[in-house]
Design a protein around this ligand. Structure first.
Ligand SMILES: [Zn+2]
Length: 343
């Protein structure tokens, strides 16, 4: 999911035990007592013990702190006979200082801060991301454009992403498209473009495992509150992904590992239904004419107690997408400048 889910503003390092990252990250330079975590930029091989959950001989999940709740997440490690790929290296991967094996390639499922913290730690590895999200991997400004943040909020979040999510620009990032296959030797990672959350958001099939990334199947429902989010695309991606046959489905956050197609389909349907229930609640509100700002104040995405610096931006983008859909469908009309009413 996304940063917006927090019921309290993210407090940064308080989410991780103080000192953990520093202690583990100094392992490769233990002979240099003056080394600090700032100087240690290269991943090393570290055991993950019980937090490495093996789904097959080649695929395992590196479980993020707090079961992968934001700001952490669940990374997927794929070990082939020729190469190893790590999908979405989380802040927990950075905190531990590496993966259980050497990593040849990092794959970002999309351009969001919590999916790319390890892009700097694995600076020696190739970096792959869908063509459409390339700007987010190549520069911090590109990432901020994905969110659509401006002014003070943009400046504040830029600092947060750099300090707490270890953002490292990768101008060597390589783009891939729908259906691209990463052949790792005896195992393949096949990309499926599933846009809507961001333009380039992708899932990955690895044998009998499917990684859903931020189609995270939470009760919160689909997140499409960024400038680069799209409601129609999200709908279509949910229809597409529902057809995927696998034994294991993995989300980046909360739900984590889901076993069996029957359970998965039920969860996708419940998740998808949130879009229509939001739409219906908005339509009911528009029995009287309202502006987008009034819809933001009413809140259709977040519950009233939730506070976040970007909350209004997300409510606004979400309301805007639904109102555009209503106007398209003839369900609502702009009855005076900037005010909409159900028809
Ligand atoms: Zn995301």
């Amino acid at each position: 999911m996304a940063r917006w889910l927090l019921s309290q503003p993210y407090q940064g390092p308080a989410c991780r035990p103080a000192g953990e990252r520093l202690e583990r990250s100094t392992v490769p330079v233990a002979t240099d007592p003056a080394a600090t975590v700032e100087e240690v930029k290269t991943a090393t091989i570290v055991p993950w013990d019980d937090d490495q959950i093996r789904l097959s001989s080649s695929v395992s999940v590196l479980q993020g702190a707090g079961n992968g709740a934001y700001p952490a997440g669940n990374s997927v490690l794929v070990e082939g006979s020729a190469e190893v790929a790590l999908i979405d290296p989380s802040i927990t991967v950075v905190g531990r200082g590496g993966a259980p094996v050497a990593v040849d390639a990092v794959i970002n499922s999309h351009g969001h801060e919590d999916h790319m913290p390890g892009n700097g730690l694995f600076a020696e590895s190739r970096l792959h991301i869908h063509h459409d999200d390339l700007p987010a991997a190549r520069s911090i400004e590109g990432l901020m454009d994905v969110y659509g943040l401006t002014g003070r909020t943009r400046a504040d979040f830029t600092a947060q992403v750099q300090e707490e999510f270890f953002y490292t620009p990768r101008d060597d990032a390589e783009g891939f498209g729908d259906g691209h296959v990463f052949d790792l030797g005896g195992v393949a990672v096949e990309a499926m473009h599933l846009p809507g959350h961001t333009r380039g958001h992708s899932g990955f099939r690895i044998g009998n495992v499917f990684f859903l990334s931020d189609i995270d199947l939470t009760g919160f429902g689909p997140y499409y509150g960024d400038a680069w989010s799209d409601l129609d695309q999200f709908d279509e991606s949910l229809r597409l992904v529902r057809e995927v046959e696998a034994d294991w489905y993995v989300t980046f956050h909360h739900k984590g590992i889901i076993e069996g197609r029957e359970t998965f389909v039920k969860m996708v349907d419940d998740f998808h239904a949130v879009i229509e229930s939001r739409h219906e609640r908005m339509l009911a509100f528009l029995a009287e004419p309202h502006s987008l700002d009034e819809m933001v104040a009413h809140r259709f995405v977040y519950r009233p107690h939730v506070e976040h610096v970007f909350l209004e931006s997300v409510e606004h983008r979400t309301a805007e997408l639904h109102v555009a859909r209503m106007v398209d469908r003839g369900e609502a009309a702009e009855v005076e400048p900037g005010r909409y009413q159900r028809t």
